[in-house]
Design a binder for this molecule. Sequence first.
Ligand code: HEM
Length: 422
Amino acid sequence: MTTDIPAIPSIDFDHHSEHYARHWREINEQNRAACPVAHTDAHGGFWVLSSYEDIATVAKDDAAFSSYQELDDGTHTGATIPAGPIRQVPIEMDPPEFTAYRRLLNRSFAPAVIAEWEDYIRSATTYCIDQVIDSGTCDLVADVLNPVPAITTLSVLGLPTEDWRSFSDTIHEMVHTPPDPDGNFAADDAAQRLMELFVTVTETISARRQNPTDDLISTLVHAEIDGEPMSDQRLLEIISLVIFGGVDTTGSLLSSVLRWLEANPHERERLAADPGLIPQATEEFLRFFSPVQGLARTATHDCVIGDQQIRKGERLFLSWASANFDPALFPDADQVELDRFPNRHQSFGIGVHRCLGSNLARLEFRVVLEEILRRMPDFHISDDAEPFRSIGVVNGWVNLPTTFTAGVREGSDVGGNPALTL
Ligand code: HEM
C-alpha cells in the first residue's frame, strides 16, 4: 500500500537577489496566489509565508516560533536569513526572557518621550538642508535622508554625533549589498569599520558607567535585569540593534517616497499644500514600500501552517511586504491611496517584537518630508538614481542625485552641537 505524501511546494525565492529587488511585488503576488506557504532552497532552505493571516498567526505565537535558536554546530538562527554577525537583543530573544528587556526599552521610545525629539530632528534637518540649499543640487540620500536618522539615533543613544557619517555609511553599505555566499552581510572593509564603531560604543558604555547622563546608554548601563546589571556584551547586543534599527530604515523609506513623489507630481503638490495629510500618508507609504521586507522565525516543534507540515528547527520567512498587498485586507493594494483607511499594514511587524522605534520613525519621516517639501518643493531626481541591489534587509535607494531651485540658509545649531560636521 502506498500513501500519498503531498509534494512540498518548492519555489525559487531569494529575498536578497537582485531579481527580487526589481520584481518583489509581482513575486509576492504569485506566491500569495499559487503557494502562500512554500519552501525555497536559498540560504540553506527556509519556508516563505505570504498571506497576511499566516504571517500574523506565526508572529503572534512566539512559543511555537522562536526568534533565536542555538544550533548543535555552535551557530544560531535569528531574526534574519542568513543570521547576522552578532546577536541582536531583544529582537533575537523569546519571552519570558525577552519581556524585561523590552519593558526597559519601551520607556525611552514611548510616544510622549519621542514627541520631545521633534525640535531636535527639525534642527538636524534644517542643518543638513542648509549645507546644500544655496547650491541647487545635492544627493538627497547622502545629504539629508541618511544624516538625519543617523544623527538622531546616535543622539538618543548618547554616542558622539560627529561620528554620524561612519555609522551611516557603513550601515548603508551593509544593507544594500547582498550577503556573500558564506552569509556575511558585510565586505571585509565594512566589517572592519563596524568593529571600529563597536569600539566607540564600548568606550561610551565605560564612560557612562562612570558619569551617567540622560541618554539611553546611561539608562541601560545603570538598569538591572532580574536584579543584575547587564554585561558589556549584552549592552552591545542591544545598542547595536538600536543602531541598525534606527540608522538606515527611515531614510530608506523616505528615499522610496521622494522617488515616487517625483513620478506623481499631483500627489506631491497635494502633500505640500496639506502637510496635515502626511501622518495618514506615512502609513500608506510604509505599506506600499515595506522598508523592512520580512523577518524570520524558527519552529520550536512540528506544526502545520496552511496545508504544509513544518518541522521543528525549520526557518520561516515572514514576508511583511507580501502581507501588505494581501487583497483580503487591502483593496486595490497596487494603488497608493494617501488617505487609505483602515490600513493595518505589517511594516513594523506584529506581535511582541513589533518595532520599538515606530514612533521615532514616524516623527523623523514627517519632519524630513515637511522640510523637503517646504524648502525644495520643485526637487527633481535624476534618472541616474540607483536602487538597492539587495532589499532583503531594507528597501530603498543608494543615492538620489537631485536638483532644485536654490534657496537661503535658515540656520540651526543641531541641539547646540557645534562639533557636527557633514
Ligand atoms: C521606517 C522605519 C522602520 C521600519 C519599517 C521598522 C521595522 C521593524 C520591524 C519589521 C521590526 C520587527 C518586528 C518583528 O520581528 O516582529 C522592527 C523591530 C525593531 N525596530 Fe524597527 N523599524 C523602523 C525604524 C526603527 C527605528 C527608528 C528604531 C530605533 C531607533 C527601530 C528599532 C527597532 C528595534 C529595537 C526592534 C526590535 C524590537 C523587539 O524585538 O522587541 N526601528 N522594526
